[in-house]
Design a protein around this ligand. Structure first.
Ligand SMILES: [Zn+2]
Length: 268
């Protein structure tokens, strides 16, 4: 059983959703575009696995729209990505509404450490956190903070298991790591330096949690790259591998910001 939980909503500039231009110009277009996307969900996924409850991403907190003054360009980023969330929509409240406690979660996998994915880390003191090593290294410290990672919000107990993808090839992914029976992690960097995606094969079905490697199924199928990916060539390669996997395994595609996720899950 998979529960899709949106922790509030985000809207981003149109040039953030679908990048325009190259290099610095692409970033400027992303941050200064005056046109915005619709309000999009911020999905977290709760998986009932025989080995325990697994949460993919933790969403944002209800203070996500408070002004952030460091680094200096953070206000530009906050203008270009706007959040809407109430306290009741935070991940702990919604897990409670499903009849579980945050303290019951065994694993918290973060696809990457952007603020709309790592906001709720502090609700899971008993979980083992799973992050790719490359992502953790990129996000920590002053360099991480300058890169827009809000690592000052991480709880003291955030000491993640760092994933190096040492289990060899999986399908068309040259590297992978199996976390639990039927639950695999694959590197899909590009959006961020250590982004990962999650594949679940359960009861004859295949589920593909792309994270932000593609915001929607349509973006994945069309090869649409966002305006903030640091490495466009890698981002394109990650999408190609995800697309090939999904099409050859008839996977249910579950991106982090796709409004059609509930309908897709219901049909499965
Ligand atoms: Zn992201």
């Amino acid at each position: 059983m998979i529960h899709a939980i949106t922790t509030g909503y985000v809207r981003i500039t149109k040039a953030w959703a679908a990048g325009r231009g190259k290099g610095l110009g692409r970033l400027i277009n992303t941050l200064l575009d005056k046109e915005f996307s619709d309000w999009l969900p911020i999905w977290c996924f709760l998986i009932e696995h025989p080995d325990g409850l697994v949460l993919i991403d933790t969403g944002i907190r209800s203070n996500a729209s408070d002004p952030i003054y460091f680094p200096p360009y953070m206000r530009l980023i906050q203008r270009a990505a706007q959040f809407q969330i109430s306290r009741e929509q935070e991940i702990d409240c919604q897990i409670a509404a499903l009849g579980y406690s945050s303290k019951d979660i065994r694993y918290v996998i973060t696809t990457h450490l952007h603020q709309d994915h790592d906001g709720g880390l502090g609700f899971f003191p008993n979980a083992e956190f799973i992050v790719s090593r490359a992502e953790y290294l990129a996000a920590k410290g002053l360099a991480g903070r300058m890169g827009g990672y809000l690592n000052h919000h991480w709880p003291d107990f955030f000491k993640p298991r760092l994933i190096d993808f040492t289990d060899g090839a999986f399908g068309n992914f040259p590297q992978s790591q199996t976390l639990l029976d039927g639950l695999m992690l694959v590197p899909t960097h590009g959006h961020t330096p250590g982004h990962l995606s999650v594949i679940l094969e359960q009861q004859g079905k295949s589920y593909l949690f792309t994270g932000d490697a593609a915001y929607t199924e349509a973006a994945l199928l069309a090869g649409t790259l966002d305006g903030i990916s640091g490495d466009l060539a890698q981002a394109a390669l990650a999408q190609e591998r995800l697309r090939d996997y999904a099409l050859s395994h008839h996977s249910l595609i579950l991106p982090s910001h796709d409004p059609a996720v509930p309908a897709r899950l219901q049909k499965a």
